[in-house]
Design a protein around this ligand. Sequence first.
Ligand SMILES: *[C@@H]1O[C@H](CO)[C@@H](O)[C@H](O)[C@H]1NC(C)=O
Ligand SMILES: *[C@@H]1O[C@H](CO)[C@@H](O)[C@H](O)[C@H]1NC(C)=O
Ligand SMILES: *[C@@H]1O[C@H](CO)[C@@H](O)[C@H](O)[C@H]1NC(C)=O
Ligand SMILES: *[C@@H]1O[C@H](CO)[C@@H](O)[C@H](O)[C@H]1NC(C)=O
Ligand SMILES: *[C@@H]1O[C@H](CO)[C@@H](O)[C@H](O)[C@H]1NC(C)=O
Ligand SMILES: *[C@@H]1O[C@H](CO)[C@@H](O)[C@H](O)[C@H]1NC(C)=O
Ligand SMILES: *[C@@H]1O[C@H](CO)[C@@H](O)[C@H](O)[C@H]1NC(C)=O
Ligand SMILES: *[C@@H]1O[C@H](CO)[C@@H](O)[C@H](O)[C@H]1NC(C)=O
Ligand SMILES: *[C@@H]1O[C@H](CO)[C@@H](O)[C@H](O)[C@H]1NC(C)=O
Length: 508
Amino acid sequence: MRTSTNSGRSSANCMLSSILIFLCPCNRSVTLTNSGNLVYGDYGVLLKNILWDSFNTSTDTLLPARVVHENMVLTSWRGSDDPAIGGFRLYLGPDGSGTIYNDYNIYCNHFSSDEMDNKLRNHSRDFRARFVMGFSGKREYWRWGVQGMNWSLIMAEPGNKCALNNYCGNYGVCNPNNKLECKCLPGFKPNAPEKWHSGDFPNGCDRNSTLCGENDVFFPVNMLSGDNTLKTVSVVDESACKKECLKSCDCKACSYDNDTNDCYILTQDPFDLREYADGYLTVFVRVAISDIELTVQSCEPCGINMIPYPLSTGPSCGDPNYFSFNCNTTSRQVSFMAPSGTYRVSSIDPDTRTFLIQVNDKGNLRLNYSLPFDLTSPRNFSSELSSEVTDEVEIAWEPPLETICNSSANCYGWSHSTCKSARDGKRRCLCTCSYRWDGAMLKCRKEKWMTLLLIIGITSVIILCAISSIYKWRRNITKRQVAISSLSIESSITEIEETEVEDSKHIG
Ligand SMILES: *[C@@H]1O[C@H](CO)[C@@H](O)[C@H](O)[C@H]1NC(C)=O
Ligand SMILES: *[C@@H]1O[C@H](CO)[C@@H](O)[C@H](O)[C@H]1NC(C)=O
Ligand SMILES: *[C@@H]1O[C@H](CO)[C@@H](O)[C@H](O)[C@H]1NC(C)=O
Ligand SMILES: *[C@@H]1O[C@H](CO)[C@@H](O)[C@H](O)[C@H]1NC(C)=O
Ligand SMILES: *[C@@H]1O[C@H](CO)[C@@H](O)[C@H](O)[C@H]1NC(C)=O
Ligand SMILES: *[C@@H]1O[C@H](CO)[C@@H](O)[C@H](O)[C@H]1NC(C)=O
Ligand SMILES: *[C@@H]1O[C@H](CO)[C@@H](O)[C@H](O)[C@H]1NC(C)=O
Ligand SMILES: *[C@@H]1O[C@H](CO)[C@@H](O)[C@H](O)[C@H]1NC(C)=O
Ligand SMILES: *[C@@H]1O[C@H](CO)[C@@H](O)[C@H](O)[C@H]1NC(C)=O
């Protein structure tokens, strides 16, 4: 028996060893019952007056025979071979709800004692099983292998981090299948970008603007936690529910129940959001239209995934050359279609013109090189990836040509352009004179040499003006000087004349 003095469990062990030593004089015994309970008490014909039993002591382990009762606590070990009190405590509340605390913070909830109990009993049907509050914070189910005479792990929950409490923070959306599990909703940015990009998400995301308007758009997600700060309104359908939400800037998101026609208005920042989780409440999160970038020809977002132009998920949007994408509106997932198969797209970045696809066997991946997609420089794939996540491969897309059009009305959204026949024979929104198409910026830009010419023109005009005004000024000055000097000559002439007259008077 292990003895040490640094933990509750060990002190129980210590107590037991003392008990065993002083057992005989007081007629008390320690009994291991058939259910696996270690009981210490007064010995009579039957065991009576139980003084201590292992089932009623907080350990990390729950056996199938142990009655799961309210306010029960399991405490994790500190490490796989360190039974000292660890960081995680599992509480089963009187209502059957289960919560795991890490120190004093809720680490994981959304599970119940019934669920645990059923799984344990189910596993015990065929073999011996036990439940352990794992030292890493997981709920573990272990089985006894008769052949190897050892315990092996059957199941550990949660299987992914998305089930942890507030894992992605407010407005962060979790997808357990992505390498970076959390994403901000469109129009939102991480509150602490450095932490966020290093995989520390609970600070969540914030709206880019504080604007709120009647043109706001909604993005569908699933919410794990039922929030109790909901206001309920009765409406006819989902769009009426959204309209109800738009009435007040306090409405951060809404949810519509098809069965009861209830519209739930969420007035607090939503958290515990999942990109898609079957069986959970679907909520529509409100985003200011000014916070999301859309061109006239962009495809509809797929769930929370924006489809930036020129990428296309359908024949009537995006650029037809880039129509290699599909949106599953049920699972709200985008996929990329290549000759070697269809791959799930985990993120799209319009700034770098790249997207990530998930590939089981990247040796098999084949792209159609007549299409404007290309693998980015081969990267090293981390071997530390968790087993749930397959490899992610980055693909870049080339800047598009001008958009295809039938009439100039199609070019309405592309300023400084008109619908004309292009060099490739198709009709495109070609830029007007002195503008040139910039596929990276997705707009007609004033040509550089035109700007240069303009600058030269303006400066030469300024210089000419300056020169002419200086010339005028100089001429004015000389004119005035001539005038002054001629005036003085005139006056001196009159003076002379006057003296001459006076002189003549004297002579006369
Ligand atoms: C364990 O404790 C509870 C209440 O604390 C008591 O009702 C129950 O009988 C105890 N179980 C055993 C096996 O002693
Ligand atoms: C019990 O086990 C069966 C077969 O292994 C499985 O189909 C069922 O879902 C399990 N029930 C629970 C509650 O885990
Ligand atoms: C348990 O024993 C089996 C059979 O000998 C063996 O294959 C397995 O690796 C052992 N598991 C552990 C966790 O030691
Ligand atoms: C909502 O209910 C209507 C009729 O009750 C049904 O036609 C429709 O498919 C339902 N929609 C969803 C999303 O369940
Ligand atoms: C977010 O807001 C900043 C300034 O408020 C702006 O520069 C930026 O373009 C905005 N981003 C988006 C995606 O709207
Ligand atoms: C969309 O996704 C759902 C859930 O993953 C799946 O059941 C369905 O078959 C998919 N639909 C299509 C058309 O791929
Ligand atoms: C590649 O794309 C071109 C243009 O869309 C198409 O004609 C061709 O059939 C594609 N090749 C393969 C192997 O899919
Ligand atoms: C990439 O992988 C190769 C071979 O596995 C290794 O030698 C090299 O150091 C890796 N490069 C980086 C940047 O990790
Ligand atoms: C151009 O006309 C064709 C045929 O009428 C149509 O299929 C296509 O969607 C139109 N394109 C645009 C950009 O309106």
